[in-house]
Every structure is written in structure tokens, then in C-alpha cells.
Design a protein around this ligand. Sequence first.
Ligand code: PMP
Length: 448
Amino acid sequence: SAAAADRSVRPPLPVLGRDVTVPLVTGGEVAYAALDYAASAPALQRVWDDVAAYAPYYGSVHRGAGYLSQLSTELFENARGTVAEFLDCRPTDQVVFTRSTTDSLNLLARALPAGCEVFVFETEHHAALLPWRRAKVTYLDAPRSPRQAVETLERALADRDPHGPALVCVTGASNVTGELWPVRELAAAAHAHGARIVLDAAQLAPHHPVSVRDLDVDWVAFSGHKLYAPFGSGVLAGRADWLREAEPYLAGGGASRRVARRADGGVDVEWHEGAARHEAGSPNVIGAHAIASACRALTEAGWETLVARERHLLERVRAGLAGIPQVRVLSLFGDDAPRVGVLSFVVDGWSSSHLAAALSAEYGIGVRDGLFCAHPLVRALLGGDPHTRGECGAPEAAPGEEPLHAVRVSFGAGTPEEHLDRFVTAVGELVRHGAKWTYRTEGGRCVP
Ligand code: PMP
């Protein structure tokens, strides 16, 4: 129907930056097409309004006797409840506010019980790949299908001592290919072998409903700035026991319940047991409030609507790119694998940095080129593809530079269809006719 068609064209959730125009090297200005949601999504207008409405009233949380301090404390604690509901947590789960997904996973890494083994696919974002290095880590080879992912994990877990603690860390949706991982099946495999599992939902939560109960994962981590809230706040939600038993992530006020000098001159500390144990210092109450606001906005817009529209946009981009024979879309699990609105590709005969620079300078389109903090994955996907070598179209990379790059386009609930159409048209024009401008490398970036 016309109404349905209109809904697919108009973004369901208005975001900031809709009126931003940028200059083009070729002259004139154009409305900026932000197609780098996977790095940071623009904040929802609604989130901004909620934050602005609260801003005059904010005070430091916890223990303040003043009215505004009490209000902030209530808002901060209510935000936990909203997040727990958004993630469909178990009643005993705990929501800890952190700075980001990176922070959340590092916090969990510090809370691993003694002797804990960690299992992680080499394809993870570095935030999920690297925090575990103080533990015994098994890095699993890139699987080529969701089924192979489950089999690979099962094989690795079968060899371990089932009585010792173990943790599996897995992404819900890849920040490179956008592909969905079989989280429920991986969780079942982990639990069958006495291991726990943490879900890196940085790319999943903004695009897809996440149910801790349904997926049966032990923890979930995500970032506010990818979920249409501003920078600086994130979440680690899940089981309380390991966190309660661990040393506080940060030592300081807020985490400590009682501190006293000892007779021998030292200091004794009694730490809090709840979420506060890992939230030392004055917490980011505005950030938590913004995340809660974004959670409510997404829920109210309705996941069915959001997912259906994003699928429509994804199909449109894929069909557009499929019409350009020089484009190769990167995929671990194959073309039919379900994905979120994140897609990386390389173009025959083009350096990815050159293409991304021309999209920005000549079309006002903001995408990203590089290895997307997932170096082993991008290398596995590109497999030394010679067409993607070099900087600014040079056939070889300069000494010391990463030789392989891809271009990533990513979008979501605030993306107008027109931005994606402009993107497909621009890639087609650049590939057919070349860039209008020339580009060179400066400070590691490709510039006109
Ligand atoms: N995991 C994934 C899958 C990501 O895409 C990202 C961000 N690109 C992160 C973790 C890290 O998120 P942040 O930078 O907000 O800590």
C-alpha cells in the first residue's frame, strides 16, 4: 500500500543531524548522508530531548541529601530497570553501567574466576578478542557457516576440564559483515560443557531485539553510542555471582561501603556487592538516562517495524551493489545469511580508502574504510585480494601500512532511503567514470 511504501521511505525514528549539509570538493553543498552507524549511530531526537529536559535538574547520584541528587539517583537506578527490561533479563541479573562495550568486556575479564579458560573466535571485534589475554585463551578459527561455528566451539570445549570455569565470548552481529551469529546454539553448546557465555551485542542491540532469557546467555554487553544515545555510556548485564566475588574493577568511592585504618597502620575496605562494586567514581547519570531513553524509544517504535524496514533497506543496497559487477560484498556465512544493516565490500581496481574519500568529498556520504578493529576477520575475508591493496589507488601499500582495506556502509532506524540510493548511485558512477578529483595520502588518511 502507499502507506506501507511511505513508512519504508521515511525513517521511523528521527535522529540528530538531519539538517547538516557539507561542502563538496566539486562545489556546492549537500545534505550529509551518515552511513557509518556501526561506528556510532546519530542520537535519536527523542533521546536528546529527554536529556535536555533532565539537564537543568541533574546532580551527583548516591547519598546526596538534596532534592536534585535524589532525583538523579532515582533516574540512574530506574535506568537499570529499563535496560533490564529492554534485554529481557532474569530477575537475579544485574545491570552495571560502564563506559562502552570495550569497558564492559574488560570489566568481565577482570572478574573471571581463578583458572578460567576463555574461548573466542578470531573473527571478533578487538574489544571482544583482546580483554582476556591474562587468562588461558583459545582462539577459534573463522567458521564459514553458523553450523560450523557451533561445531568448532563444541570441539574446543569437549577437550577442556569440565570442572574448571570457562567463558565463551561471541558477537551477536558482526561489525564487518553484519551477519548474525547463532547465539542461542552457541550458548547451548557452552552450557552443555559447563562454560558460560557473554554476548557482544554492540552491533546486535541497535538492530534486533535481544532477550537474555531466550538466548540463554550469561552476560550481554553493548554501547550507548551505537544504540542512538551519545558517547560515554555502556552496559554489562547478566549474572551477579562472578562480579560479586571479584575485586572491584575500579577502586574508589561508590564501590566501597566501609573504609577504616587498621591498628597496623594499613587500610581495610569492605566493598559493595551489587552493581556499585564496579561503578566507582561519580557515575555518568546522563549517559545512563540517555541509554534508557533510547531503549524505550526502540521498544515503542516496535521491533517488528524496525527489523522489517531495515531488511527492506538492506535488500535495496544489496540489489544496487549487485548491479555493479566490480563490487564484491564480504561474507563469512554466504550471501543468504541473515544480517543487520552493516555491509563491507571491496571494489575491483579501487583502493578502499580512495573510494571512501571520494564518496565523502564528491557526494557528501560518510562511510568508513579500513579493517574495522577486526584485523584477523578482514584479512580472512579478503584473503590477500590484490585489488584492495595500496593507498589512494596505488598498487602496493607503503612500507609499514596495513595493505588490505574494505569499505563499510552501515545504517539503521534514522536512515532515509534516499541516502542509500545516493550511495549506490555514487559507487556506480565512481566505478564507471572514476573520481572527478585526485586524492593523496596525508597523515595516514586519503584526502582530496
Ligand atoms: N564489539 C563490536 C561488535 C563493535 O562493533 C564495537 C564497536 N565498533 C565494539 C565491540 C566496541 O564498542 P565501543 O567502541 O563502544 O567500546
